[in-house]
Design a protein around this ligand. Sequence first.
Ligand SMILES: N=c1c2ncn([C@@H]3O[C@H](COP(=O)(O)OP(=O)(O)OP(=O)(O)O)[C@@H](O)[C@H]3O)c2ncn1[C@@H]1O[C@H](COP(=O)(O)O)[C@@H](O)[C@H]1O
Length: 114
Amino acid sequence: MSETTQDVLGELAKVLEARKGASPDSSYVASLHHKGLNKILEKVGEECTEMLLAAKDAQQTGEKDELVYETADLWFHSLVALSHLGLGPDDVLQELARRFDLSGLDEKAARKPQ
Ligand SMILES: N=c1c2ncn([C@@H]3O[C@H](COP(=O)(O)OP(=O)(O)OP(=O)(O)O)[C@@H](O)[C@H]3O)c2ncn1[C@@H]1O[C@H](COP(=O)(O)O)[C@@H](O)[C@H]1O
């Protein structure tokens, strides 16, 4: 991961945290927190669908700008959801780091039968 990536996520996390105490009239993030988790999750679902559609379009046309744009929307709203529940990008990055050198196939095989 580039330093830029870490800086952007870190900076965004700080802004999201600060917006928890802001007026919903002056901030989109504050308005989401004000509306509550269900509204935030509705937005995550919406942005997820838009990202999937953009990925299919990108495959067909080779044009990837829309995919990057929609993925940014999805990441952003996912971070708002995490922030609403007291979590941040560090929590997810640490989990991803924990998985380094752990093959997805090995991890799946090691899971207990449900
Ligand atoms: N990264 C983002 C970001 N990405 C997307 N969005 C907003 O997410 C919204 C969702 O997009 P939609 O197309 O679904 O908009 P919509 O249909 O109007 O949304 P709804 O009415 O359905 O809720 C838009 O209003 C976008 O502007 C963002 N809003 C804010 N940020 C970051 O959060 C910071 C704080 O923002 P405020 O809280 O508004 O100050 C900003 O400085 C940015 O860094």
